[in-house]
Design a protein around this ligand. Structure first.
Ligand SMILES: Cc1ncc(COP(=O)(O)O)c(C=O)c1O
Length: 511
């Protein structure tokens, strides 16, 4: 099929200026015909060569003999963060050169001061008791503080209230999700594409649960289709549904009546909902009065011990403290006792001194101040990024209403820039990191032809970093597009640097 060029990216803007992609029609066709499958794409060949990403045969295999270099060990495939780190390092990224790079791949918010936010924590106390293990469910005072925060924020006036027994403190969101996954039995567990990269490995590492995918419809703004879900629960016998809400990477959020309906569906069909609410404060209201509001399914739970709603959240994103590794799971009492058990063999619990240091951060007034400052600052960054992208001819079809991610469709660019993995490689040459969309195609068996992935044409840009880095990153995109316009596309899609040792050890920014 000929490449579609009906795109705002090549038409003049309202001001009559042409975008950097204008006039490139004639340069496009012969290059496009060369980029039809994975075999035509150097970026995809590099990806397939890295450990764990070799395409598997059509028949199910439990072990790929080529990758079983340590007897009995099956390589899980590099996670998005490690792959992107390896490729950035192959292109010269290092800690000493990091200030020259724009890391729009970063899955973490900026951690420094932002306007009108409370001061950042700078010290930690180490009382003698804190040198002991903390309980695997966490320090009781912190569990109480989390319960109080949820009751105050989402459950005022409701008869059923959370107590510390509904809260398990965990050493990070992924540890929380893994603790939950470890206690899911032999049931169908539904998830949607695209979603948070770590679900890919999580859904395959815990072998009892059976993952069942659904693709979200981009035409429907990637909304969760509740009617379809209701039907799938009934006809396929789904027992567990896993979703990030607000959603990484699309920035869409189920809230209000729709969220009430989702929770009610869980209750009425006895389906457990695992709702990963890590971006619950990253909501960008239009009305002044709505600043300071956040989103959680906790608002729609009727009985905190009867409704099987499992909420995962923590200090990582909302408090902008990814290094603390203090997070929590909120849910029915019986779930929390199960998580105490899985925590005792998986991770042993969150750091005791950091749990104590987290206590004042959950103070209700402190939280409100943080939330409002965060929403104002990140809304400004989101609007800035969207405006600049539009000026480049990269208008975002489904702009984020939440999170700090932009899910950018490159489909209308000429090949090979129209696939996320190649666009990512070209940006690395300009010292900018983004995340190729395919990492959000949760595909535990890794058997999909990547060119057929619904995420093939996408990259995820993060507006988590400070605004100066965002501008550096968008400048890098402008350079790539300008070069394509000026020199044609023959210079793109090849001559990529070889990966180094494949350990990804140098860059710990999360996807
Ligand atoms: C949806 C979602 N859940 C959980 C996490 C992970 O949190 P943590 O770094 O605390 O493990 C992330 C981080 O990117 C995320 O995007």
């Amino acid at each position: 099929m000929p490449l579609s060029l009906q795109t705002p990216s090549i038409t003049p803007t309202a001001s009559g200026r042409t975008t950097p992609l204008g006039h490139f029609r004639e340069l496009v066709y012969d290059t496009a015909s060369k980029f039809k499958t994975e075999a035509d794409s150097e970026a995809h060949k590099i990806f397939r060569e890295s450990a764990g990403h070799t395409p598997r045969g059509l028949l199910p295999q439990t072990v790929n003999p080529d990758e079983e270099t340590v007897p009995g060990i099956e390589h899980p495939g590099s996670t998005g963060v490690i792959y992107c780190s390896d490729r950035a390092m192959a292109n010269g990224f290092s800690y000493t050169s990091s200030h020259e790079w724009a890391n729009l791949g970063q899955g973490a918010p900026e951690v420094g001061e932002i306007p009108n936010a409370p001061e950042r924590p700078t010290t930690i106390q180490l009382p003698l008791d804190s040198l002991e293990y903390a309980p695997t469910t966490g320090v009781k005072e912190l569990r109480e503080a989390v319960a109080k925060l949820y009751n105050h924020t989402y459950r005022q006036g409701k008869p059923s209230q959370y107590t510390y027994e509904n809260v398990c403190i965990v050493p990070g969101g992924r540890a929380g999700l893994s603790r939950v996954a470890a206690v899911v039995g032999d049931v169908y567990c539904s998830y949607q594409i695209p979603d948070y990269t770590a679900y890919d490995q999580m859904l395959s590492a815990f072998k009892r649960l059976v993952p069942v995918p659904t693709a979200l419809d981009p035409q429907n703004k990637y909304r969760m289709d509740l009617d379809q879900l209701r039907k799938d629960i009934r006809t396929q016998g789904l027992e567990v549904v896993l979703a990030s809400n607000p959603r990484n990477p699309t920035g869409q959020v189920v809230q209000g009546e729709e969220l009430r309906e989702l929770v009610q569906m869980g209750r009425e069909s006895s389906t457990t909902l695992i709702l990963d609410e890590f971006y619950s404060w990253y909501i960008y209201p239009e009305q002044e009065a709505d600043f300071g509001k956040s989103v959680s399914s906790a608002e729609y739970v009727e009985d905190v011990n009867e409704d099987s709603i499992i909420i995962v959240d923590g200090l990582t994103k909302n408090w902008r403290l990814p290094g603390f590794r203090v997070c929590w799971v909120v849910g029915p009492k019986n779930l929390i006792t199960a998580l105490s058990q899985s925590g005792s063999f998986l991770d042993g619990g969150a750091s005791h001194p950091l749990q104590l240091a987290a206590l004042p951060l959950l103070d209700l007034e402190h939280v409100q101040k943080e939330k409002i400052a965060l929403q104002r600052h990140f809304k400004m960054k989101r609007d800035h990024v969207l405006k600049r992208l539009e000026r480049l001819g990269l208008k975002v079809a489904v702009p984020p209403e939440s999170t700090f991610y932009v899910w950018l469709n490159l489909e209308h660019l000429p090949a090979p820039l129209n696939n996320g993995l190649t666009f990512f490689e070209e940006l690395l040459k300009e010292k900018c990191i983004v995340i190729p969309g395919i990492f959000f195609d949760i595909n535990p068996a890794h058997r999909r032809n990547l060119f057929s992935s619904p995420c093939h044409h996408f990259v995820r840009l993060s507006f988590g970093p400070p605004i100066e880095s965002l501008d550096m990153g968008i400048d890098a995109m402008a350079r790539v597009l300008k070069r394509a316009k000026k020199e044609g596309l023959h210079a793109f899609g090849h001559s990529y640097k070889k990966s180094l040792d494949g350990s990804g050890s140098g860059l710990q920014h999360h996807v």
